[in-house]
Ligand binder design. Sequence first.
Ligand SMILES: Cc1ncc(COP(=O)(O)O)c(C=O)c1O
Length: 389
Amino acid sequence: MEKKLSIETRINHSDYVPPAGFRSYAEPMYRGSTVLFKNLKELRERSWMSREGYSYGLHGTPTTFTLEAQLAEIEGGNHTLLTPSGLSAISVVDLGLLKTGDDVLIPDDAYRPNQDMGHWLASQFGISVRFYDPMVGAGIANLIQENTKLIWTEVPGSITMEVPDLPAISQVAHEKGVLVALDNTWSAGLVYDGFAHGADIIVHALTKYQGGSSDLLMGAVIVREKALFERIGLAYQRLGIGVNADDVARVLRSLPTMKLRFEHSGASSLVVADWLQTRPEIDRILHPAYPDCTGHEFFKRDFTGTGGLFSFLFKEQYTGEQIDRFIESLELFGLGFSWGGTHSLAVPYAISNKRIGWHFPHRHVVRLYIGMEDTKDLIADLEQALQKL
Ligand SMILES: Cc1ncc(COP(=O)(O)O)c(C=O)c1O
């Protein structure tokens, strides 16, 4: 570029090209809304759905394509869409696959905002939404109607942790031509093979273990079939949802240590749960790896390891007020939503008396996420809080 251009122009049009051949373990990070084309032919032939090239920042950069490929690799899928949160991964699946007059089935222990999305689909879009007992198994056959297009599953369910028989649900669904979507966030895709157990679509809240530090929000939809990718992808493109390059780079940085963090969290959760089980105040541990947890037999059959998120129930004599006091007395456990980071968290939940398939007398559930702290310190914290009951 000729030096007669003014400084304002020159600093905007630098012609410096760094030398080729730089290698590092860190993934390079590309930011960009505008994507530059070499010529008009390239501009006119761009395709917003293609992963073979670039068209616009919203539709992908080398950074987002790299994370998409790594997530597909973990799940054994072929196509990934990155969304701004786990919840948007759920809603884009609904919007891509359902239309007015269709019917969708959602388990009654699904992540609450997934259920809320169902209510919204029913009230605003004329889609029939029905909630089912997560332990229905092959009995899902009795719920499938002519217009049923999608069955949501979550393994295990949020808060109450039931482990459903996904292979049984999927087999019946596929015989009847119905798609199965799985929220596989609990396992991070590491210890539960969603596609092998029959899911057609897998969603993740990358906000959890993939992000790993409670400092970002992101989600993913992963599929094997190109046709499904295109159907969900159209809704994704039309909604204009994309992800922030800095957050994608953070997830790429966390991913190599995810398995170690996940295993540590899972192993520590068993130590804490084992201790809780010995306490006279506690009725049962709702941890998929524990026999007391509904669907434990499917956990034993289908999982290859455990995550660190679980719940427990106090004995019936303890009131909601006492349980709140226990929670507020915790000093190391943070009080807040989400999980999968380095810090342990505790949240109390009240189970609605409309909940389908809840067989326990107590309706006050405490959910714990076990982070990276020493379990001795976490147990001491739980012990001092139990004394305040
Ligand atoms: C099972 C499950 N799915 C989805 C989500 C939604 O993720 P996000 O918070 O990124 O929207 C969560 C969040 O807690 C979750 O627990």
